[in-house]
Write a protein that binds this ligand. Sequence first.
Ligand code: UD1
Length: 313
Amino acid sequence: MALFLVTGVAGFIGSSIARALIGRGDKVRGIDNFSTGKRENLIGLESIELIEGDLNAAGIAERGCLGTNYIFHEAALPSVPRSVENPIESNEANVDATVKLLDAARRAGVKRVVYAGSSSAYGNSPSLPKQEDMVPAPLSPYAVSKLAGELYMRSFFHVYGLETVTLRYFNVFGPRQDPASQYSGVLAVFISRMLRHQMPTIYGDGEQSRDFTYIDNVVAGNLLAASAPPERVAGRVFNVATGTRITLNETVNILKNLTGYQGQVGYAAERTGDVKHSLADITAAHSDLGYQPKIAFREGLQKTVDWYRSAKA
Ligand code: UD1
C-alpha cells in the first residue's frame, strides 16, 4: 500500500489533503512544526503518523521520506506582507526547506512530489488570464520564494529524474483557513469579521481582482497530480484555480448578503507588493490532469460562511 507524506499537515491546505487521503483509505504520514499549523485541524486525522518538527531541522526530511511513495509539499510560510517584513524567514521556510525535502526525497527513492506553487509567480504582468508559459515576474519576497521552490522542482526532475509537479494555487479559501492572524487570507478575515459585525478593511480601492479557489478544488487537483501519467505531468507547472475573477468590492457586497453584515466597509492604503489582478487559464490542468473546478466561487463562499458561522471562528 502506498504511503503519502503531507508536509504542513496541520495547515489549512495540508490538513484538507490529508483528510481526503484518509477518507479514501490511504496511509498518511504528516510533518508539521506548528508554526502556523493548528492541532485542531488534525481532529479526526488521528490515524496519521505525525512527525512534529521543522523540515530544516536535522533528520526531519529524511524521516519523512523513509518508505514514502508520494509527497504533497504544502509546508510554507504564506503571506505577502509577512515576507515583506521578514524575507529571510520566508526564504528559510519556503526555499531551504524545499531543497532539503527534495534532496531527501530523491535519496529515499520517492516516486513523486506534488508542490504547492503560487499564482504570485505571475506578479503584475498585464495580460490575463495567466498561462503557465508566461515569463514569471514575482514581486514580493513570498512570490520569489515560491517560484524558487518551483524551479527546484523542475531541476530535480531534469537532473535526478524525481517526478515533480507544481500546482500554482490561486488564492485558496474555505473551511479551517485561519482568520485570526494579521497574515490571514482576505476571505477568512472578511467572513469572520462580518459574521461578528466587525468592519472589514479593504487595502487600496477594492478594484483589485482575484481568482479565488475553493479548497475542495485544490485538493482534487493534488490527487489528480499524484496519479496522472508521468509523461504528461513530470517536471511541469499547472494553474489550479476556478478560472473566474472577482473584485474585492464585489466580493464584499456578496458577503454582506451571506453574512447579514450591514455596517460600513473601511478603506486603507494599498499593500506593498500587492498584485492588482489575478485570473488563471486552467486549460492545461484540464487537458493533462483532468482537472475542473467542481465548486464555483459563490458556492464555495456560501459553504465557507456556513462553516465559520457554525465554528464561531
Ligand atoms: C497571494 C497570492 C496567493 C497566495 C497568497 C499566500 C497573488 C495574486 N496571490 O495572495 O496565490 O496563496 O499570497 O498568502 O499573488 N486584503 C484586504 N483586506 C484584508 C486582507 C487583504 O483588502 O484585510 C487584500 C490584499 O491587499 C489583496 C487581497 O485582499 O489585494 C488578497 O490578499 P490575500 O488574501 O492576503 O492574498 P494575496 O496577497 O492576493
